[in-house]
Design a protein around this ligand. Structure first.
Ligand SMILES: CC(=O)N[C@H]1[C@@H](OP(=O)(O)OP(=O)(O)OC[C@H]2O[C@@H](n3ccc(=O)[nH]c3=O)[C@H](O)[C@@H]2O)O[C@H](CO)[C@@H](O)[C@@H]1O[C@H](C)C(=O)N[C@@H](C)C(=O)N[C@H](CCC(=O)O)C(=O)O
Ligand SMILES: Nc1ncnc2c1ncn2[C@@H]1O[C@H](COP(=O)(O)OP(=O)(O)OP(=O)(O)O)[C@@H](O)[C@H]1O
Ligand SMILES: N[C@H](CCC[C@H](N)C(=O)O)C(=O)O
Ligand SMILES: [Mg+2]
Length: 491
């Protein structure tokens, strides 16, 4: 494709060279540039892509998009004398040229984004499963795995980088997908990874403390989430949780059709919990009764969002409820495993104070005082340190026995992370708290302490099948550990 075609959607400030040059591919990472590529220099979190312009040109880049063209006397000596395009914002330009390169795949998909602190994976995955059950070809971009209809593509991001993101969208269109559901992380909004996508709907779940290592303040975090709704077109819907204190704020400046869901007040999609147990929850949705296989109040919110989105996309409410009652829990989200000794283990991805409180409250609602709760939890390294003492305190408050352990220590010392957690506990909390750094031993200890009717919550890692220590991912799966232990109990 010619460069001038690719840059048509951009507000170009300056062109140095002939824009009719043919482009062979697009990259924002100089290390992946090949002969004839367009390199987009993006200012990153740790380094500035502008520092790699010369390197990209050396690898044969035919054109460079950047915010600052290197000084005159230098540029003609770079590689094959690439064409320079100056724009105000390279990150935004990157998504737009990628979309043009793939002939705007998101225009040919009904694309819905889900944002918020907790519940994104659950809602996006359930929508994907629901629309497939309804006979459609569907794409999914999520923390756990990406899917192009039935084909699984592993991921290590919640929202992929723009180059990967647009190529996945193109593959979805090629595979005949009609719908795509994706998680939109606050990082991706802030870094404009979603630039160039045209959304048909946006869903907000909730906003509580997380990622302050990156956003620094809750206000910045909120602003990042809100920007997603500010940028939605009038043709899209914006569906929000009216019970969350940031829910209506998200809709303040959106042009999209405003819709709400709630368990507490009048809303477009109104729910009520009738009964809950470990097998599922019976609820009322817009006056109709439905039995679901999900546990907990937070999941009632997720199901309302799924219902609201499906109905907003034109699906028949009756059909939506039938399919909803047939959906199963998402990998590592309130996943229950029964022990032969008669207690229940729950593996959940709760890695924020709010998620932990929600999961523990849901367990108490079902237990209703009939068994003890033993919680095994740690905090990730190189992430928001402020959440550590809060998570420990909440876990202590809502558990009969607490075992603090390692999550993904990354480049931090596991014992120091546990010390940061212990700082949130007082002497009374410590009476029912153990610190066991080795996660396998921590889980084993919990199973030794549990009796018939009790619940063990293993929180923080959910679907993850690894433990990341000093840059190396070692195989580790909470569910596998529990099943191994239960197999020995059966003998
Ligand atoms: C902190 C963060 O979010 N970083 C993301 C960011 O990287 P960055 O800004 O640090 O990039 P950089 O290394 O500074 O480089 C800047 C530019 O120079 C380029 N470069 C760099 C080096 C070089 O030799 N040549 C070159 O051209 C890079 O390709 C890049 O375009 O942009 C990259 C490309 O999009 C991301 O892969 C990267 O994610 C890192 C690996 C990460 O761990 N991110 C996590 C925190 C994250 O994004 N999490 C969210 C939410 C998680 C949740 O669900 O709660 C997610 O969406 O996954
Ligand atoms: N609607 C909700 N409100 C509060 N907590 C929730 C909600 N849904 C799920 N959770 C809790 O948060 C955890 C993560 O859920 P999920 O993976 O769906 O969220 P996410 O937003 O995708 O998270 P991430 O940002 O890590 O990708 C769950 O394991 C559960 O403990
Ligand atoms: N997407 C989140 C997941 C955290 C999961 C938890 N297990 C941890 O490693 O902290 C993050 O990267 O911050
Ligand atoms: Mg997720």
């Amino acid at each position: 494709m010619e460069l001038k075609e690719l840059i048509r959607p951009l507000e170009v400030l300056e062109i140095v060279g002939d824009a009719s040059v043919e482009i062979a591919g697009i990259q924002s990472d100089s290390r992946k540039v090949e002969k004839g590529f367009l390199f987009v220099a993006v200012r990153g979190v740790s380094v500035d892509g502008h520092a790699y312009i010369e390197g990209a040109a050396g690898k044969g880049a035919a054109a460079i998009i950047c915010e600052e063209i290197p000084s005159d006397e230098n540029i003609h000596t770079f590689g094959n004398n690439p064409v320079f395009i100056r724009v105000k914002d390279s990150a935004e330009a990157l998504g737009k040229v990628l979309s043009a390169w793939y002939e705007n795949p998101s225009d040919n998909l009904i694309l819905v984004g889900v944002t918020g602190t907790n519940g994104k994976t659950t809602i996006a995955t359930l929508l994907y499963e629901m629309f497939r059950k309804m006979g459609h070809k569907v794409g999914l971009l999520s923390t756990v795995c990406n899917y192009i209809d039935g084909e699984a593509i592993p991921t290590d991001h919640t929202t992929p980088d723009p180059v990967t993101l647009h190529s996945l969208m193109a593959r979805m269109v090629e595979a005949g997908c009609e719908y795509a559901f994706m998680e939109v992380s606050s990082h991706s909004i802030d870094q404009k990874r979603i630039s160039g996508l045209s959304f048909d709907g946006g869903i907000f779940t909730n906003l509580t403390r997380d990622h302050l290592d990156y956003h620094k303040t809750v206000e910045n975090y909120l602003k990042a989430k809100k920007k997603f709704f500010d940028d939605l077109p009038a043709s899209a819907f914006a569906l929000t949780n009216a019970d969350d204190k940031s829910g209506l704020v998200m809709l303040q400046n959106t042009a999209a059709k405003k819709l709400t869901y709630s368990l507490r007040m009048l809303a477009d999609f109104k729910g009520k919990i009738l009964e809950s147990h470990f097998e599922g929850t019976e609820m009322l949705i817009n006056g109709r009764e439905v039995m679901t296989r999900f546990v907990g109040r937070f999941n009632a919110y997720n199901l309302l969002a799924v219902y609201g989105a499906a109905v907003s996309l034109g699906k028949d409410p009756e059909e939506v409820l039938v399919v909803l009652s047939d959906l199963h829990s998402v990998s590592g989200r309130f996943q229950t495993i029964q022990s032969p000794a008669g207690y229940t283990a729950i593996v959940d991805y709760a890695h924020t104070p709010d998620a932990l409180v929600n999961v523990l409250n849901s367990i108490h609602e079902v237990l209703d005082g009939s068994g003890r709760v033993i919680t095994v939890v740690g905090c990730g390294g190189n992430r928001d340190k402020g959440k550590r003492p809060i998570m420990a305190k909440e876990a202590s408050r809502l558990s009969d026995q607490l075992i603090l352990t390692s999550d993904n220590p990354r480049f931090e010392e596991p014992d120091e992370i546990i010390r940061d957690m212990v700082a949130g506990l007082n002497a009374a909390d410590m009476e029912h708290t153990l610190c066991i750094t080795d996660r396998t031993q921590a889980i084993k200890t919990a199973t030794m302490l549990a009796k018939k009717g009790d619940v063990i919550l293993v929180a923080g890692k959910g679907h993850e099948d690894y433990q990341e220590i000093k840059g190396v991912k070692h195989h580790f799966d909470d569910r596998e550990k529990l099943r191994e232990i239960f197999a020995t109990q059966q003998q």
